[in-house]
Design a binder for this molecule. Structure first.
Ligand code: SAM
Length: 213
């Protein structure tokens, strides 16, 4: 997703990490879940897709049009996210954020891993959490994983302050990295129609499970 902030463009799609940079802690946690229908909101380069298709027979992968349709290295193959899913995961689909308003399926489980930290715009942050709430079944659970501390955050601190973090100018242009800690995520969720079920820290990550208020 591209964000235009004060005349600069932030290409948040570049924040996605490949599958060989999984967090073992996040992956092990995802393995403990199961659901008939699952939406992965902000799927990136499908870092956790092999785990998600093991825990649910029907997974929808959602990200921006540019992330879904650009050619890049996905799980060792030069392809697009959309093609990779079509060719490898039967009964799964992709949806773009640009089309999310028209998407009306409801999900038992929605995962959102390290996405909120890549959104430098308050309105979009609110819209994303509202869509997650709208797309969640009445008894469904949404899971948010955010890094509350990061070893490479020091680099960002040299940049200008924005929302939960900083904007940094690097070799590939501008990027944003925000630290969404336990208090910040709980506040965002409570203001957007969620009730927090459980929230805890492990390593550099905060895990938060929430359902409808
Ligand atoms: C740091 S990556 C995380 C990707 C993946 N969840 C993971 O853990 O590897 C952040 C992702 O959020 C996506 N993103 C940013 N804004 C978004 C939005 N408004 N809707 C959906 N995805 C968004 C970016 O395109 C990027 O793929």
């Amino acid at each position: 997703m591209r964000y235009k902030i004060d005349g600069i463009t932030i290409r948040s799609e570049n924040a996605a990490k490949p599958c060989n940079q999984k967090s073992q802690r996040v992956d092990s946690y995802l393995c403990t879940l199961s659901a008939e229908t699952l939406l992965d909101f902000g799927c990136g380069k499908l870092r956790y897709s092999d785990t998600l298709v093991k825990i649910s027979p029907r997974v929808t992968f959602l990200d921006s049009l540019v992330q879904i349709n650009r050619e890049q290295l996905i799980r060792g193959e030069r392809t697009t996210v959309a093609n990779y899913i079509r060719q490898n995961y039967p009964n799964c689909q992709t949806v773009s954020y640009e089309d999310v308003k028209q998407h009306a399926l409801k999900y038992d489980l929605i995962t959102c891993t390290n996405v909120l930290s890549a959104i430098p715009c308050e309105k979009t942050l609110h819209d994303v959490i509202s869509h997650i709430c709208r797309l969640l079944k009445s008894n469904g659970v949404a899971v948010f994983v955010n890094q509350h501390r990061s070893s490479y955050f020091k680099r960002y601190k040299s940049g200008s302050r924005r929302l939960f973090g900083h904007i940094h100018k690097g070799a590939r242009g501008y990027s944003y990295y925000g630290i969404v800690g336990q208090n910040e995520i709980e506040e965002l969720l409570k203001n957007t129609g969620f009730r927090v079920l459980r929230s805890w820290r492990a390593g550099e990550s905060t895990f938060t499970e929430a359902t409808h208020a």
